[in-house]
Design a protein around this ligand. Sequence first.
Ligand code: PBG
Length: 327
Amino acid sequence: MSFPANRPRRLRRTEALRRLVRETTLLPSQLVAPLFVCPGTGVRRAIGSMPGHAQLSVDEAVREAGALAKAGVGGVILFGLPEKKDPEGREAYDPEGIVPRALRALMKATPELLLWADVCLCEYTDHGHCGLLRGNEVDNDRTLPLLARAAVVYAEAGADIVAPSDMMDGRVGAIRGALDEAGRADTVIVSYAAKYASAFYGPFREAAESAPQFGDRRGYQMDPANGDEALREVALDLEEGADIVMVKPALPYLDVIRRVKDRFGVPVAAYNVSGEFAMIKAAGKLGWMDAERAALESLIGIRRAGADVILTYFAGEIAPRLAELAR
Ligand code: PBG
């Protein structure tokens, strides 16, 4: 039985009807806001390719987190800009490093926010790669203990969640083991399980000053053409003890988000990355698109694809709007 008995437009006629049958929700609590923390006080260094975002000293990050908490945002994920970089990325696992200091301050100031710490060496190494080098290659196995050490340091400084983004094989297991041994069995691991080698990270590398000084990350991050391989990465990370698995970037990989959700039925996070944010902002600024509507539509699309949690640079501006829209 089809038209004229069936008229799908009936349920679209008014906002009240549309709201009645809306399938996907988007709540501030499902959003996580990335913050870039740097040394100093009173520092707010604007990031050109990411309007509204800045490198923030700890005191300014605390201020920012206060506003995010007030808007009901679920959490913040911290990226650190170290005092100085070296081949081993030492500040990544220094208990007095920038991220542990920020974590301690935020734990006091905004206990209602979940504190996520990104675990990777690329912001801390002078060569900008995500692990230790052996020649021009990233040495997987020698990198693992350093990542594990960083995760323990962040957990001890107050991180609820550690999120390894390096794409070394075996890092989830190494981190889980080290956390448990340190008496941190309750620290959650969100693994960047399916992280693709993506052009959409461009603005982030300006923000985090983490561009590789030679070569690229295709020797450890995934090939954008691969979907089955993402499922394999997720399976391995879950076996090693990941609590939540992430797909990154989000918009070019919505099919991957859906497949992960359908196959594994575990909590899935998606990272709506810097380039996805920058292109909407740029088009909005040029008057080519309504940036706020495009942002909302992107986030709803990511949720509809199967993501439970979204890491997004829109969190701070969209969360207050979500509350208004819900009324
Ligand atoms: C670090 C890391 C990156 C991002 C998150 N963690 C950059 C990269 O892999 O080069 C990208 C986030 C974004 O673009 O918003 N390994």
